[in-house]
Ligand binder design. Sequence first.
Ligand SMILES: Cc1cc2nc3c(=O)[nH]c(=O)nc-3n(C[C@H](O)[C@H](O)[C@H](O)COP(=O)(O)OP(=O)(O)OC[C@H]3O[C@@H](n4cnc5c(N)ncnc54)[C@H](O)[C@@H]3O)c2cc1C
Length: 220
Amino acid sequence: MSDTTDVAIVGAGPSALYAAFQLGLFGISFRFIEASDRPGGQCTELYGDKPVYDMPAWPTLTAQDVVDKLLQQIAPFKPHFEFGSTISSIVRDQSGVFCLSTKNGRAFSAKAVVVAGGTGAFVADEGRRLIAWDWRDWGFSGHHGAIEVDTERFETSMPGVFAIGDACIYPGKLPLLVSAFHEAALMVQAIRAQLAAPRRAVVEYTSTSSSLQRRLGVKD
Ligand SMILES: Cc1cc2nc3c(=O)[nH]c(=O)nc-3n(C[C@H](O)[C@H](O)[C@H](O)COP(=O)(O)OP(=O)(O)OC[C@H]3O[C@@H](n4cnc5c(N)ncnc54)[C@H](O)[C@@H]3O)c2cc1C
């Protein structure tokens, strides 16, 4: 079993990468657990060379550029990736810590879990293929193969386990990158409140906050 990290992130697609950026900003430790042998999810596995035209403030860039820029953005937080690790169960023990087990017998522990597993796991063995999930088999409420969440905290029916990106569903959900980034930002405030700051968190801007800038390594 690994050392207990604050947050275990299932997946390392674009939703997961942006969630990690938000977690890092607020000093919350995280670890990615990814089935594939590389980050990027659908962007990398399915359409890396295709141009994307609907990223805010970037009129055009390729899907792989999106991933590369997200990786660049989290570099200050020295991200830790566990590649080739497909999570197959999430269980909470009596002390409230989550234990995540992989198909190949590894185990990770965390105080909170973010499921950012998209529509399924990309596995690199036997050629690249997608194993689609029905998350209900994992004990989550959901429909259309996605996990039901509320739109304030993005928490699942399992308290302490959150879901964002293509893995989650709620009224009006759009399976787009911009939606996933919005979901990640709100979810991290909920995780922050749960782990560290029980009182309502004050909004901080990266453009003006010295503490956020110090975490990003751009201010002494
Ligand atoms: C062809 C195509 C074009 C698209 N074009 C656009 C576009 O122009 N604009 C736009 O906004 N969106 C576009 N999208 C949608 C966008 O790519 C998705 O909304 C986005 O990738 C969702 O990100 P995600 O991180 O939630 O999931 P994913 O990208 O699916 O990443 C999930 C990751 O989790 C891993 N994983 C899953 N289950 C497990 C597990 N049990 N254990 C460990 N790891 C696991 C997977 O291997 C994967 O790496 C497009 C999608 C496709 C297919």
